[in-house]
Design a binder for this molecule. Sequence first.
Ligand code: MG
Length: 257
Amino acid sequence: MAQRYVRVQNQNGQIYYGLLQPSLKVLVLDAPPWLQGQPTDLSLEPDSYKILAPCAPSKIVAVGKNYVDHAAEMGTEVPSEPLIFLKPPTSIIAAIEEIHYPQQSQRVDYEGELALVIGDHTSNCSPEEAQTKIWGYTIANDVTARDLQQRDGQWTRAKGFDTFCPLGPWIVRELSPGARLQTFLNELSDPVQSALVDQMVFPPDFLVSYISRVMTLLPGDVVLTGTPFGVGPLQPGDRVLVEIEGIGRLENTVTAC
Ligand code: MG
């Protein structure tokens, strides 16, 4: 099993980066691993911490319509260059936490996505340089109030509600190019989304390079790489699970607020 890098909070409220062991103990690091955090003598027992989102980014840069079939289901062409937008860091929740269905919307969709975690100060990079700035990979759900996205014409409100960015549960360093991304709803055994991450139009190194020519990415920042075909609505009470081969499973439930 790949090394799993986590961020956790102990019962006194202290937050640590660490390595999740097969026993579910966490070996605590003295800094975020992308800032050369090293193992300490401290370890946390499985029942003594809660898992947080695996990083605390200054920003989340997301990419729209980056799979051909998804662009088609939205009734549009694939953009000729990446279509980027921001989600606020306050939209992040961890695995198991609840997505709050806002009263302003009547249509909230899941969007399972591969997330890139940036490990270094990243500005004006070529794709080759950008690849070296991608420290690791995790899973995201780019939850979207579809009706508000269409009504507003820009996406800040639709994509920006608190709890609209489930992220985690951990980071791995390597990802197979042919890894499959799948999204499952409730007890359904068939996925509602299923695609290989290498089916994306603009690949990770290109995306990070492109973004880095607009804004500086900082260590711990997150890039969401777009969702494949099969987006659909969530209802209060639903359970949504996004799985990426080689990373794990990100599961959240939906509650009315
Ligand atoms: Mg998306």
